[in-house]
Design a protein around this ligand. Structure first.
Ligand SMILES: *[C@@H]1O[C@H](CO)[C@@H](O)[C@H](O)[C@H]1NC(C)=O
Ligand SMILES: *[C@@H]1O[C@H](CO)[C@@H](O)[C@H](O)[C@H]1NC(C)=O
Ligand SMILES: *[C@@H]1O[C@H](CO)[C@@H](O)[C@H](O)[C@H]1NC(C)=O
Ligand SMILES: *[C@@H]1O[C@H](CO)[C@@H](O)[C@H](O)[C@H]1NC(C)=O
Ligand SMILES: *[C@@H]1O[C@H](CO)[C@@H](O)[C@H](O)[C@H]1NC(C)=O
Length: 422
């Protein structure tokens, strides 16, 4: 019995270790020569995105090599350039020197933004003569003047950090400066994204001003689409006080720039603009594969599309209105498990509209497959705001892993429990 107990504990320990994510910030912090690069990964939140991916290769730039882009371009542009330095495949020195046919296009994190035209989201890696490996933009005809200088850290075959000589910075990315966040017309963007009702509520209540004044320090908006206001479960807004409507609208935004990769890494509850002394008004994030949902304690809403992701501002659409526990109490929960009834709910509790487990809504941010070795210039489809229907093989693969881990974990726990009982 003691033996099997140890075995169960061992299984649990191993699983926990395997699930533990990479921490690129911690890895790079051991190398002061990449401190600037490391700081930028943190500032742009690319670190969260890197930590949520495997396999991944980070092409680190030494401090001196960054001066050609830092200080000259806004952080949103620097983020796009650095996203091109994150390859969604594993490359270590031996693999770089053994590239089939001497040249390959690798998908990068920039491709997953859906903003990359043509081959702009790919990096061309070419085994040059004399043992040199060159990197350049995947756009045909680009120079390969960035070279591999050395290996930094390898965790085969999931995470590789290598050093490259200079930034891969295609002119098309440098020129495409996003409008300054303070110049972005949030209502216009929301209207265009099918969130007219939400946009007009923001204007009529004056909450738009609260949003815009928060932008500079970082703002993330979860905008319910127009359909979300029509559901049978949606509370009648005309029966709420103005103050409550203001709280609900403020509940749909965070006072920080939190792109999807950051939300995925979020384990604890997050404060919203409605959070104040009197109410927590917080949200929790649940992730199933590529699908990210926000949980209020009353209902759950899937993040459906990205309207804008340009540091310091991120705007997403969500499938349903987020109903704070503070106003709508706890919905009668059919879910098993201890659900402490915090306070009797005087207000009408709308039925929780949580998606059925397993129905894991079609992911929107799955990495696209790299193009074949001889791209004919056809744009490789990246996920865009309206490509939510696509069910790629890729996405299915992504969804699989956590499910398997969960299953194994469940088995291990039941083994453990049965050992204790017997
Ligand atoms: C690397 O990835 C494989 C497959 O995804 C996984 O089984 C393994 O635990 C990972 N190794 C490390 C060190 O993270
Ligand atoms: C990653 O490491 C950094 C520095 O060591 C630390 O500050 C940070 O909290 C870590 N992040 C996670 C998600 O563990
Ligand atoms: C990489 O770039 C070189 C030089 O522009 C080009 O000859 C080669 O075909 C490219 N490789 C791929 C896979 O596109
Ligand atoms: C933003 O766009 C809306 C239309 O969607 C328009 O009514 C409003 O005047 C615009 N605001 C600014 C500051 O341009
Ligand atoms: C998504 O699916 C719906 C219904 O099947 C279809 O009408 C719509 O055109 C599809 N959208 C895209 C982007 O494929």
């Amino acid at each position: 019995m003691a033996a099997s107990l140890t075995l169960s504990l061992l299984t649990l320990t191993i699983l926990t270790t395997a699930v533990a994510a990479t921490n690129i910030t911690a890895i790079l912090s051991e190398y002061p020569e990449y401190s600037e690069f490391n700081n930028l990964l943190t500032q742009t939140k690319l670190a969260d995105e890197i930590n949520s991916r495997e396999p991944v290769t980070v092409c680190a730039l030494p401090n001196g090599a960054l001066s050609s882009i830092t200080g000259k371009y806004p952080l949103s542009v620097i983020k796009n350039v650095l996203a091109l330095h994150v390859l969604l495949d594993y490359y270590d020195a031996p693999k770089l020197h053994k590239i089939a046919e001497g040249s390959v296009l690798s998908t990068t994190l920039y491709q997953t933004t859906g903003n990359a035209d043509g081959n702009l989201g790919f990096v061309n890696i070419t085994d040059l003569r004399g043992g040199k490996v060159g990197f350049g933009s995947g756009v045909p005809g680009s120079a390969l003047d960035t070279t591999f200088t050395k290996s930094v850290r390898q965790i085969p075959y999931n995470v590789s950090v290598i050093e490259v000589s200079q930034p891969i910075a295609p002119a098309a990315i440098l020129k495409a400066a996003a409008p300054k966040a303070s110049d972005v017309n949030i209502t216009a963007l929301l209207e265009k994204a099918g969130c007219k009702t939400f946009a007009s509520l923001l204007v009529s209540t004056g909450v738009l001003k609260v949003y815009t004044s928060a932008i500079e320090k970082g703002l993330t908006v979860f905008a319910p689409n127009d359909e979300a206001f029509k559901g049978a479960d949606v509370p009648d807004l005309s029966k709420l006080t103005n103050a409550d409507i203001v709280s609900i609208l403020q509940y749909h935004a965070l006072a920080s720039y939190s792109p999807i990769g950051t939300l995925k890494q979020t384990k604890s509850k997050i404060s919203t603009l409605a959070t104040n002394g009197a109410g927590k008004y917080d949200l929790s994030v649940t992730t199933a594969g590529d699908s990210v949902s926000l949980d209020t304690g009353v209902d759950s809403s899937r993040i459906a599309s990205t309207v804008l992701d340009s540091t310091p501002l991120a705007i997403f659409t969500v499938d349903s209105l987020l109903l704070p526990v503070e106003l709508f109490g706890k919905a009668p929960s059919p879910a098993p498990g201890p659900a402490p009834e915090t306070s009797p709910s005087p207000s009408p509790s709308p039925v929780a509209d949580a998606p059925a487990p397993g129905s894991a809504a079609t992911p929107i941010f799955s990495p696209p497959a790299p193009p074949r070795s001889s791209p004919d210039g056809a744009p490789s489809e990246g996920p865009t705001a309206d490509s939510q229907n696509s069910t790629s093989d890729n996405a299915a693969g992504v969804l699989e892993a956590p499910a398997v881990v969960k299953m194994v974990l469940t088995v291990a726990i039941s083994m453990f429990v049965s050992v204790l009982v017997s």
